[in-house]
Design a protein. Sequence first.
Lengths: 360, 543
Amino acid sequence: MVSAFQVMLYQVTFGLPTIILFVPAIATMRARQDLWLSVFVATLIGFAAVFTAAKLALRFPEETVIQYTPRLLGKFFGKAVGFLYIFTFFLIGAIVLRSFGELMTTAFFPETPIIVFLGILTLLACYVVYLDLEVLCRLITLWGVFGISFFIILALLLKDIEIGRFLPLLEHGIGPVIAEAIAPAGCCVGAALILMVLPFMSDKHRALRNGLLAVFILFGFMMLVAVPIIGTLGAESVSRYLFPYLTLYRRIHLVTLPVLERQDPIIMGIWIGGLLWKLGIVMHAGLLGLGQWLGLRSYRPLIFPAGAFLVALSIQGWESVIDLFTSLGEVSAPFLFLPFMILPALLLLVAVARGIRGKR
Amino acid sequence: MRRRLAKKLKDLLVQSKKPKWPGKQPTVPPEPAPGVPDKVWEPAELKRMPVSPDLTANIRLIKEIMARNTDFVLREFAVGPQQVPAALAYASALVERVQLNSHILKSLMLEYPPDLPVSLAPVREQVVTVAETEELADFWQVVAALLAGKAALFLPGESRALGLDVRGCEGRAISEAETEGVVRGPRDAFVENIEQNVMLIRRRIKTPNLVMEKFVLGRLTQSAVVLGYIKGLAAPELVREVRERVKRIDTDAVLESNTIEEMIVDYPLSLFPQVITTERPDRAAAALAEGRVVLITDTTPFAVILPVTLASLLQSPEDFYHPAGISTAIRWLRYLAFLASVLASPLYVAITTFHQEMIPFKLLLSVAAAREGVPLPAVMEALVMEAVFELLREAGVRLPRPVGQAVSIVGALVIGEAAVMAGAVSPLMVIVVAGAGIASFATPAYELAIPMRLLRFPMILLAGTLGLFGLTAGLLAILIHLAGMRSFGIPYLAPLAPTKFSELKDVFWRTPLWAMRTRPETAKRDWYRQAVPKPGPPPEEKG
């Protein structure tokens, strides 16, 4: 059993590493200096998604979405929708893995083959998933302590932020702002994962409130990402960097405290943890779903095959880091709206119309 | 020629078959004494043999059972003026002779009231002046009593023997704790005698709710194990679980508390300690007051405290004997030392091998200068140095005390200095390894310092092959392992993850004692520790 507080952190962790790592680079392609406005739009979308998802999940408090879709839509369509969810989780897992590998090879270890990083991270994730959701949530809580230090360092950049870099406001109108909200929103709607974890929550009545809170926290972090990046680097250069946030951290130089010349390897350490927990979350959700979809008693025998599958998928899925980024912005992020926003809304509609409820 | 050689060879062969010393021929095993076979006595068999009313039969049986034991004494005598024959059995090494003579034999032989009938009840109630007596119905009980250092009195016409507690075991005097020293705080430590250990705890906690349940474990050793807890504080489920697990232990010998520890912990293959072992009674008492459970084993001065969390392993009993601020500072120093003990050398390896850009320029110059001419890569250098350090530590433990000092000086100073002078290792590496070594000794729990020292080796390897990424991956693996562990239902990283905000008061800082109003999670059933605020000076009058 996990508490509502832990589930909230779980939902935040699902979005945060991707938001920090990739979203600025993708989102500034069109919205430029108005990235921070897109954040508002993304948050609104996130609120809507988590609201629908929580309402649907609370209708079936003891089951995951994989279990009750066949009852709602009939056997065939129900199983199809269930498969779509499982596919989504594994797809996100592959994206996380590959982007992590690309980060490591591009920024830190250009000579090392990418499979090393993918393999190690997947093995660790397998270990976490083997120990189950409760342990995963504990680890996320623990990592939160480090995560805070991650943002405290940002205070050192306050003096570099220039308001002029945010101007002109709405240079190309409101259109690009909304269009570019898709990538960050793709991470925010992940709070809809409550569909998978609600049965394991000890205080279920807090699911909706804490879900909304999670999106709000994500909003805060997105602002913490968007404002310093645009304010210090400027939209022009942000859109050219592959990992703008890392570049940001490379700027930090403590003259008065000459202990470490650069902080970015430490940031990398914290990041690895964040990405690992995210991978753990999607692997756990995917495997839990797959086990229930196949009617297995335990998903544990599937862990290692799924890990191997994920590594293969993440290597085969994209040609290069550019390919990955393009598909992230153009395909994956919009696709996430389907399982995390549109489908829950449809399912909720069906459930209300047919008057189906889960056991209390 | 050939024949001679063959003959010689044959002679040699024959000679080798001949017994060289005729006197050393195997002797025939001595005949078992008539009526006293070399029989192996099973407990079940002994339990089926009741004490019979026939005194001679009893004497014969007990002699058969204790055959060939030279320290076993059977004293036959006549009781009082009635001249009733009786027998007293005891193990001479385990009893206190004075007590035996003056309270039992004297009162039975010389001071027996002439008008009193000689049977068990009057002897027990009016004659023998021994505090603890018990009736022994079968020979299993008799033997158990004898081997525990009691005397057994056989009287004719009685189907029970009388067990008399005249134990007089020599033991070590209570002395200072060897492994858990403190600057301020009580000095006494547990000893090998379980009754003295129980006494040491009882003297600290004077409540009838302190329960000391006794178990007898080990088929051969029959060691006493005491399960101590405070009723109303310790969770009943926890006590029940520990009791069940301890009861299920079935083994030959319980010589040290580690036998019990290893048998009952949740993750027997984990490197990390899942109980606190302590030889300090004040620590055991503090644990009892927190609603934990203490297991004391006979013949060892190390008690076991359950359940355990990582935070409690990093606490020292002294934390509560110094002012709160100082304790907090020292505790943080200890946390840093705990991290440094596993991270210092891997970090050095990772940074100098992979992430030179992290080192400030001036420091980088001195690192490069120090490493110039060192033949080994940093990772090998670190591994070798760590191995040497571990060797010194182990040798220091094993060596006789007067020699140990010399070896550590020669090992640490002379070899270290010479290695640096010869250019075999860089001086920075020596500093780092020695610092990590000192840090590991600052960990209050020895059994926690050991796994951290062991884990340094794979961490150095990871850091040397994959830099900070490898180091992080290794750390994450350890963290996942720790987060996945439970000790008797309590998560290992308990107040941190899962987060219990009310308990962080004893983790991140040491709350002043007057502000520590609630008990920890393990003693949640009686949540409030103190009802009144801190007794201070009377409030000043305004005016």
